[in-house]
Design a protein. Structure first.
Lengths: 230, 230
C-alpha cells in the first residue's frame, strides 16, 4: 500500500511534465510558424517596391528618329516610312512621359524636338498639369518649342541670367524622375552621345521636385524687379 | 491472460504513435528555426547593401568656389581667403572622386574646372588608373584641362564627329556613378543651374561602365580610318 501511495504522485508528475513539454513545443512551433508567415507577407510588397524602383537607362543617339504616326496614333499608314517603327530610346522616353496622369514638371535647358513637345502638349490637352522651366537664351533659338507651349496654354517660366538654366530633368506625377545629359533636341536624339536615367527612387524624386518648386517660385514673373534680375 | 496479451500491443502502438508525434514536432521545429535563422542572416547584408546604394544629389551653383588649399591640403593659411572653407557641392563632388582606389573613368563633354582636374591628376599620381573620354571640339576650348591630363600621362580619347560627345558622367572603382547635367566647368560650378547624382546602384554602374567601354574602344586612335571617321 505504501508502495502504491508513492507510485501515484510519481506517475502524475511524469505525466504533467510530459504534457507541459508537448504543450511548450506546440506553442513554440506555432509562434515560429506565425512569425515566419508574417515576415514573408511583409517582404512580398517590399520586393515588389524594389522592382518598381529599379532604374532604367536610355542611351542616345538613336539610329533613326521614331515615327510620329507610329508613336501617337499606334500605327503608320505610309508604305515606305523612313522613320523607326521599332522601339528607340526616344520612343521609350516618350512612353514614360505619356504615363503622366496628374502632373508633369519639365526643367530643360533647350527644347526643339517636336516629338517630345507633342507628347507634352498631348498631356496638357488630356488634363495633366504641365509646368515647363527653361533657359531664357535658348527659348528664342531656332526650332524652340516654347512658343508652341505658350500658345497651347502651358505654363512656362524661365531664368533671366547670363548663366544657363542647364538642368535636363522631368518629374512625372511626382513619382518618376527623368534626368541625364539629354537636352530635348533632335540633335540629341539622333546625333549626340547622351544618356537619360529614369528612376522612381523616392529620395531623388523628392530632391528634384523641391529643386523644381524652388526655381518655379524664383522665376515667377511677378517677383521680377524692374531691372529684370530675379 | 488473453486480456493481458491484447493490452500489450495496444499500449506499444499508442507509445510508438506518441513518440513519432513528438519526434515529428521536434524535427519540424528545428527545421523552421534553422530556416528563420538562415533567412535573417541572408537579409542582414542585403539591408546593408540597400543602405549603401542610397543615391545622393548635388545641386549647383555654389555661392563660392571651394578653396583649393582647404580641399587638397586640409587647411588654408591665407588670412582673408575669398574661397569657401565650408562644404560646397563642388567640394563634396571632389571628395567622392578622391575615394577612388583603383580606377576612375571620366566621360565628360567639356572640362575646364582646375579644381576637378587637379583631383583627377592627384588620383593618377597616386596610382589610380584614370581614363578620360571627351568631345573633340571642346578639347581646344579656352581653359580646357585635357592638354594638362595628357602632359601628366593620363589616357585621353575623344570622338571625331560634328555631333557632341555630350555625356557628363564618371565611374569610381566601377562601384559608384556620378552623372547629371553638370559639365566640369567653372561656369557650371558657380553660375549655372546644374545637378549631379551620385549612386552605387549596381544596374546603373554596369550600364554606364559598358557605355564607357564601348566608347573607349570606338574612339581608339588605332581604329581610325584615313578620313578620321570612327
Amino acid at each position: 500500500m505504501a508502495a502504491r501511495c508513492l507510485s501515484v504522485p510519481s506517475f502524475e508528475f511524469s505525466r504533467i511534465l510530459r504534457i507541459s513539454w508537448i504543450v511548450g513545443i506546440l506553442v513554440h512551433t506555432t509562434y515560429v510558424f506565425i512569425k515566419s508567415v508574417k515576415e514573408s507577407v511583409k517582404r512580398a510588397p517590399q520586393k515588389e517596391q524594389n522592382e518598381q524602383t529599379a532604374p532604367q537607362v536610355l542611351f542616345f543617339p538613336d539610329k533613326l528618329l521614331a515615327c510620329r504616326q507610329f508613336l501617337f496614333e499606334g500605327g503608320c499608314s505610309r508604305r515606305h516610312c523612313q522613320f523607326a517603327h521599332e522601339e528607340t530610346s526616344l520612343s521609350k522616353l516618350i512612353r514614360v512621359l505619356l504615363e503622366a496622369k496628374q502632373s508633369l514638371d519639365v526643367c530643360v535647358f533647350t527644347i526643339n524636338c517636336r516629338e517630345l513637345a507633342d507628347a507634352v502638349v498631348q498631356l496638357h490637352n488630356d488634363g495633366v498639369v504641365v509646368r515647363v522651366l527653361t533657359d531664357d537664351e535658348q527659348m528664342g533659338s531656332t526650332g524652340s518649342q516654347i512658343e508652341k507651349f505658350r500658345r497651347e496654354g502651358i505654363q512656362v517660366r524661365h531664368d533671366l541670367s547670363s548663366f544657363f538654366m542647364h538642368h535636363k530633368f522631368a518629374i512625372i506625377d511626382r513619382k518618376q524622375l527623368v534626368n541625364g545629359s539629354f537636352n530635348w533636341t533632335r540633335q540629341a536624339v539622333t546625333g549626340n552621345r547622351e544618356n537619360v536615367v529614369i528612376t522612381s527612387d523616392e529620395g531623388l524624386v523628392k530632391a528634384f521636385s523641391d529643386e523644381f518648386q524652388k526655381l518655379w517660385e524664383k522665376y515667377d514673373p511677378c517677383r521680377r524687379t524692374q531691372s529684370g534680375v530675379l
